[in-house]
Ligand binder design. Structure first.
Ligand SMILES: Nc1ncnc2c1ncn2[C@@H]1O[C@H](COP(=O)(O)OP(=O)(O)OP(=O)(O)O)[C@@H](O)[C@H]1O
Ligand SMILES: O=P(O)(O)OC[C@H]1O[C@](O)(CO)[C@@H](O)[C@@H]1O
Length: 323
């Protein structure tokens, strides 16, 4: 069987491990892996070729994705998806391994439902916002990158007695922000799912910390914070309302790059191999995950369920630990 492999949405450390494992597992089972470049855009453009095991040498430790990636708006159009399904048929590709986030899985779910394309999903996004899995590829690496950066910022914050607002990624999910905040001992965190009165709670928290003798603070702000303005706007508001001397740092795409952590390499390898073994057994629509340390599979349709939100007690823990 010809099995297509593609990466879609934002790149994430660990995607290369998954590609390598899928390709080599396919090879070992007598299947032919095909690399589809630039995600669904490359599929539409017919940008694909056979991917032998040797083509995946030396990629395990690299960030990004050797197959490149894209966000392809056109794929929301059913006529465009029909053309993509035709491209697959013409190339003789019977199954797809899709490595990406919830949008990429939604696209795969439509390909399965509308055109019967067998699809296996591997969670690859630094956001860690997929239902049915505790982990997505790239989250662990991005978290450690953000923490390392904030540890450096902390030196300046405490030397100058300053307030820093540090923006981390996550337009629709606070997973990365909340975990970063706990791991770097932040004084507060703002994120999309945090309560409506987060701004007021932040001001109270900063005032209480000041009274306790704290002269510097780090506030982690997710790209899509509940206050609605990203770190720069939150900073402007604090300056205006309270005349605070503060600095804003946007970590941005620094978090998405870099060599994957050991955990991202291990899960990428396990999921890449398992995806192909399940396709080999005739399974047609699923995505993989990790729950409490165990490898699990969900029906692809589960991606239509609500996305997980960071547990509220983690948000509260940030404030408790900042005393
Ligand atoms: N509902 C949908 N129907 C069809 N195709 C979709 C749908 N949602 C997303 N896609 C396709 O999947 C691609 C990737 O989706 P998206 O840009 O949302 O990234 P993602 O997979 O969620 O990853 P990340 O978490 O890194 O943003 C889109 O550019 C589009 O081509
Ligand atoms: O690189 P882009 O396309 O601007 O995407 C940024 C988005 O991608 C993510 O990094 C997920 O991959 C989000 O956290 C962020 O909102």
């Amino acid at each position: 069987m010809k099995i297509g492999v593609l990466t879609s949405g934002g790149d994430a450390p660990g995607m290369n491990a998954a590609i390598r494992a899928a390709v080599r597992q396919a090879d070992s089972l007598g299947h032919e892996a095909w690399g589809i470049y630039r995600g669904y855009q490359g599929l539409l453009d017919g940008d694909m070729e056979p991917l032998p095991s040797r083509a995946c040498a030396n990629i395990l430790q690299r960030g990004g994705t050797m197959l490149r990636t894209a966000r392809c708006k056109a794929f929301h159009d059913p006529d465009v998806r029909a053309k993509a399904a035709e491209k697959l048929k013409a190339a003789g590709i019977e199954a797809l391994v899709v490595i990406g986030g919830d949008g990429s899985f939604r696209a795969a779910e439509t390909l399965l439902r509308e055109h019967g394309v067998a699809c296996a999903g591997i969670p690859g996004t630094i956001d860690n916002d997929l239902p049915g899995t505790d982990r997505t590829l790239g989250f662990d690496t991005a978290l450690n990158t953000a923490v390392e950066a904030i540890d450096r910022i902390r030196d300046t914050a405490s030397s100058h007695g300053r307030l820093f607002l540090v923006e981390v990624m996550g337009r629709a999910s606070g997973m990365l922000a909340v975990h970063t905040a706990i791991a770097c001992g932040a004084e507060a965190v703002l994120y999309p799912e945090s309560p409506d009165d987060s701004y007021e709670a932040l001001v109270t928290q900063l005032e209480e910390n000041w009274k306790r003798g704290k002269r510097s603070s780090i506030v982690v702000v997710a790209e899509g914070d509940a206050v609605g303005g990203r770190a720069m706007a939150v900073g402007e508001r604090l300056k205006r309302d309270h005349e605070l001397d503060l600095r804003v740092v946007v970590l941005g795409h620094v978090q998405r790059g870099g060599s994957p952590s050991a955990l991202d390499r291990i899960w990428g390898s396990r999921w890449g191999s398992e995806a192909v073994r399940r396709l080999d057994r005739g399974e047609r629509g699923f995505y993989l995950g990790e729950v409490a340390g165990a490898l699990v599979a969900q029906p692809l349709s589960r991606i239509l369920e609500p996305q997980p939100v960071p547990p509220g007690d983690l948000g509260r823990l940030v404030a408790v630990l900042a005393r």
